[in-house]
Design a protein around this ligand. Structure first.
Ligand code: PGA
Length: 267
C-alpha cells in the first residue's frame, strides 16, 4: 500500500462548505435528503461533513438527527470563548448549536477578513480545547505558484497554525490543501500532476501525523476519482459542485466505490 497511515486505514473525508449560500428551508431539504441517503446506504469508510452558515446550523443539525454519521461544521469561529467581539461566534457557541467541526483559515477569510497564520493558530488551539475537529485550510496564490514556492508556502502556513500543539492534538487536525488559483468560478481546476508535488511534501510532513489530508478547489464529479487517486489524499473539500444534493451524493458514492475506500484495515 502506501506509507501514509491515514490513506491506508483512516476514513475518507468528503465535505462541503455552503459558504454564504442557502437559507433555512434549503438547508433543511439538503440535510433531509442526505440523512435519508446515509440511512439507506450507510457510509462505510467515507466520513461526510457539511458546513452551513451559522443561521442554518441548528436546522441542519435537526434534520441530520442525533448520532448522524454526517459531521456538522461551521465556517469560522473566534478563538476566545466569550467577550466583547461583536459579530463573532465562539467555539463553545458553535458547539452548543451542534457543530462538531470548525473550518479555519479558508483563503476567502485570509483575503477578505484578515485571517493570518497567527489567528489560525489561535483558532486551531481553541477548537481542539473544546473537543471539536479543526479543518485547517492552506493554499498558495497564483503568484506564489508562479514563483515556484508553493510547497514552502503551504508548509509554513501549516507549521504556523499547528505550532505548539502536542503530537496527540495534531492527530485530530484535518488539513485541506486548497490552492487559491483553483478555487471558485474564477479558478482553474488543478491537474493531478500539479498536485503531486505539494501532496508529496504535505504527506511527508503531515500524512501520518494528522487526521487527514484533503484536497479542495473546483472538485466535482468529473475529477473527484482522479483526485482521490493521489496517494496522500484522504478526502475532498467541495464548494459549488456539492451545493446541490445530487452533486454531493454522486461524489459520496464515487468515493465509497473508490479503491482507497475498499482498502484493507480500518481505524
Ligand atoms: P469550489 O470551492 O469547489 O467551488 O472551487 C472550494 C472551496 O473554496 O473550498
Amino acid at each position: 500500500m502506501t506509507d501514509q497511515g491515514q490513506a491506508s486505514g483512516g476514513p475518507l473525508w468528503i465535505g462541503t462548505s455552503w459558504k454564504m449560500t442557502k437559507g433555512i428551508a434549503e438547508a433543511r431539504a439538503f440535510a433531509r435528503g442526505l440523512s435519508d441517503h446515509v440511512r439507506r446506504h450507510g457510509t462505510a469508510r467515507v466520513r461526510p461533513f457539511v458546513i452551513p452558515s451559522f443561521t442554518a446550523l441548528a436546522a441542519t443539525r435537526e434534520e441530520l438527527g442525533p448520532d448522524s454519521p454526517v459531521l456538522l461544521g461551521v465556517q469560522n469561529a473566534h478563538w476566545e470563548d466569550e467577550g466583547a467581539w461583536t459579530g463573532e461566534v465562539s467555539v463553545p457557541q458553535a458547539k452548543d448549536a451542534g457543530a462538531q467541526l470548525v473550518e479555519i483559515g479558508h483563503s476567502e477569510r485570509r483575503e477578505h477578513f484578515n485571517e493570518t497564520t497567527e489567528t489560525t493558530r489561535l483558532k486551531v488551539a481553541a477548537v481542539l480545547a473544546h473537543g471539536l475537529v479543526p479543518l485547517l485550510c492552506i493554499g498558495e496564490s497564483a503568484e506564489v505558484k508562479r514563483s515556484g514556492d508553493s510547497s514552502r508556502f503551504i508548509l509554513e502556513q501549516a507549521a504556523g497554525a499547528l505550532d505548539g500543539l502536542t503530537v496527540e492534538q495534531v492527530t485530530r487536525v484535518l488539513i485541506a490543501y486548497e490552492p487559491i488559483w483553483a478555487i471558485g468560478d474564477k479558478g482553474r481546476p488543478a491537474t493531478v500532476d500539479e498536485l503531486r508535488e505539494p501532496f508529496a511534501d504535505l504527506g511527508r510532513e503531515y500524512g501520518a501525523r494528522t487526521g487527514g489530508l484533503l484536497y479542495g478547489g473546483s472538485v466535482g464529479p468529473d475529477n473527484a476519482e482522479d483526485l482521490l487517486g493521489i496517494e496522500q489524499v484522504t478526502g475532498l473539500f467541495i464548494g459549488r459542485a456539492a451545493w446541490q444534493l445530487p452533486g454531493y451524493l454522486r461524489i459520496l458514492e464515487m468515493t465509497a466505490a473508490h479503491p482507497k475506500a475498499r482498502g484493507v484495515g480500518s481505524r
